[in-house]
Design a binder for this molecule. Structure first.
Ligand code: 5GP
Length: 191
């Protein structure tokens, strides 16, 4: 059982490697982490499942939840696509005695940090440089040129907000970044 349930927030521009780092941390049993499953209005991709990758809602369902005040934070991360953190999700995981880890965009991450203060550790995953970030986005092969340009513009804005996070974790070398992430979280949760 975690001594006092905490929040670990990982935010980054798309392509910086935050999802890989979050997955790595979830495998470290001593940290007692559980992933906060977000709600989204987008459709599932590939093998994604409702209730494990996301809670997939229709636009109407999502808006209904907003009206009910069910979200701690929510945002239209991409035009027409909303994402949000359900209050009930955090409570569910804290009730299990877990520390909750988030893979969430920069604005959402800072919103959670301002709600939870010292109970939250907000980490910004920094890509080595713009060129490398662009290469990684291209390498994924999932985005059109136009999408890549949009993601790069968003990334520049997000990097401009990185100094508001508790910690900036440079992801130049993935193995090093994994070790640094583990050490940071371990210290924070006191595991
Ligand atoms: P994707 O559609 O690729 O799974 O995620 C798109 C973006 O939405 C990512 O940057 C992801 O971190 C962000 N995101 C996922 N869940 C949430 C959430 O609950 N709130 C906010 N603000 N952003 C989220």
């Amino acid at each position: 059982m975690a001594a006092q349930n905490k929040m670990i927030i990982f935010s980054a521009p798309s392509g910086a490697g935050k999802t890989t780092l979050v997955r790595h941390l979830l495998e470290q049993e001593d940290l007692e982490l559980a992933f906060s499953i977000s709600a989204t209005s987008r459709a599932p991709r590939g093998q994604e499942k409702h209730g494990s990758d996301y809670y997939f809602f229709s636009n109407e369902e999502f808006n209904q939840k907003v009206e009910e005040g069910a979200f701690l934070e929510w945002e239209e991360v991409y035009a027409g696509t909303k994402y949000g953190t359900l209050r009930s999700e955090i409570e569910r995981l804290w009730d299990l005695g877990k520390n909750v880890i988030f893979d969430i965009d920069v604005v959402g991450g800072l919103n959670l940090k301002s709600l939870y203060g010292d109970r939250a550790l907000a980490v910004f995953v920094m890509p080595p440089d713009e060129e490398e970030l662009e290469n990684r986005l291209r390498g994924r092969g999932t985005d059109s040129e136009d999408k890549i340009r949009q993601r790069m513009a968003k990334a520049r804005k997000e990097i401009g907000r990185s100094d508001r996070f508790d910690h900036i974790l440079l992801n130049r070398d993935l193995e090093r970044a994994k070790t640094e992430a583990y050490n940071l979280v371990k210290l924070f949760v006191g595991a």
